[in-house]
Design a protein around this ligand. Structure first.
Ligand SMILES: Nc1ncnc2c1ncn2[C@@H]1O[C@H](COP(=O)(O)OP(=O)(O)OP(=O)(O)O)[C@@H](O)[C@H]1O
Length: 258
């Protein structure tokens, strides 16, 4: 029996402002896989995830859950978190409203939040440590607290695919551990995760595969090495690199955990 990939992208090419930003990227993600997109600033990471969720036009082929992107209508199966999400910055929405909006936008028909939507939102707000701030306008929260609210928003509809662009930016060590536990639970339930990251920290052991972009091309694809995936003492003894996950050329087949 073959498993339908959650994402099957071939030759994804994107031009922005007349400049080629992605130049034929292939990406295949299976249910339950956690793939991290790495690369220097400007290498095309955000452009790739935005193309994958249909936010910007592309050439090449993208299929989600076996359906071409243009025909894919089941948006509630996808939890997306943009880089530095600021869509609520001009709106006096509370933390609860922001998190609940993640459930509403993924319902087939727009409607009032159901009791289970509210329960799911309250649980996630609690998990990310924002219960005390649930009724506050999101703009009154610190940057890291807002980031945690947006993480809760992306996960509230129990998606089958989570796409996140640098969700760890600005969140503290304890919140990163909580986030790792949430993602670990999703991964166990078969949710696929695609995450743009510069540092993985406690997420590193969850990652199945790293895709490293350079100049809009896949420069490396294979196991992610870094803290949590191999010996820390070895890192400190033999490397002066910061505590970040840096892929190295693969020796084994793709998709394996080192
Ligand atoms: N609207 C645009 N018009 C023209 N060029 C753009 C546009 N948006 C992005 N770019 C360019 O596309 C390239 C890739 O940008 P992208 O945001 O995908 O990079 P990134 O790898 O996510 O970087 P970072 O690590 O800084 O978030 C950059 O060189 C950027 O300047």
């Amino acid at each position: 029996m073959t498993t339908t990939p959650v994402i099957d992208a071939t030759g994804v090419t994107v031009d922005l402002g007349g400049t080629p930003v992605l130049r034929g990227v292939d990406l295949r993600v299976l249910p339950g896989e956690f793939v991290t997109i790495l690369g220097a600033n400007g290498s095309g990471k955000s452009t790739l995830v935005r193309a994958l969720v249909g936010l910007i036009p592309h050439r090449g082929s993208i299929e989600l859950f076996g359906t071409p992107l243009a025909q894919f209508g089941d948006r509630r199966r996808i939890g997306y978190m943009a880089q530095r999400p600021d869509m609520f910055s001009g709106v006096p929405a509370t933390v609860t409203e922001v998190v609940l909006s993640g459930a509403l936008s993924r319902r087939p028909r727009f409607g009032w939040p159901t009791r289970s939507d509210r329960a799911a939102a309250a649980e996630l707000i609690d998990r990310v440590g924002l219960s005390r701030l649930a009724k506050r306008p999101i703009t009154h929260l610190s940057g890291g607290q807002q980031q945690r609210a947006h993480i809760a928003r992306a996960l509230v509809a129990n998606p089958d695919l989570v796409v996140m662009d640098e969700p760890m930016a600005g969140i503290d060590a304890h919140s990163a551990e909580v986030f790792a536990r949430l993602l670990g639970e999703l991964e166990e339930r078969g949710t696929a995760i695609v995450m743009v990251a510069h540092e993985l920290g406690p997420l590193a052991p969850l990652v199945d595969r790293a895709v490293h972009l350079e100049g809009g091309l896949v420069e490396y694809e294979g196991p992610a090495h870094g803290p949590g995936t191999h010996d820390h003492a070895h890192d400190h003894a033999h490397s002066s690199e910061p505590a970040t996950t840096r892929p190295v050329p693969a020796e084994g087949p793709l998709g394996g955990q080192s």
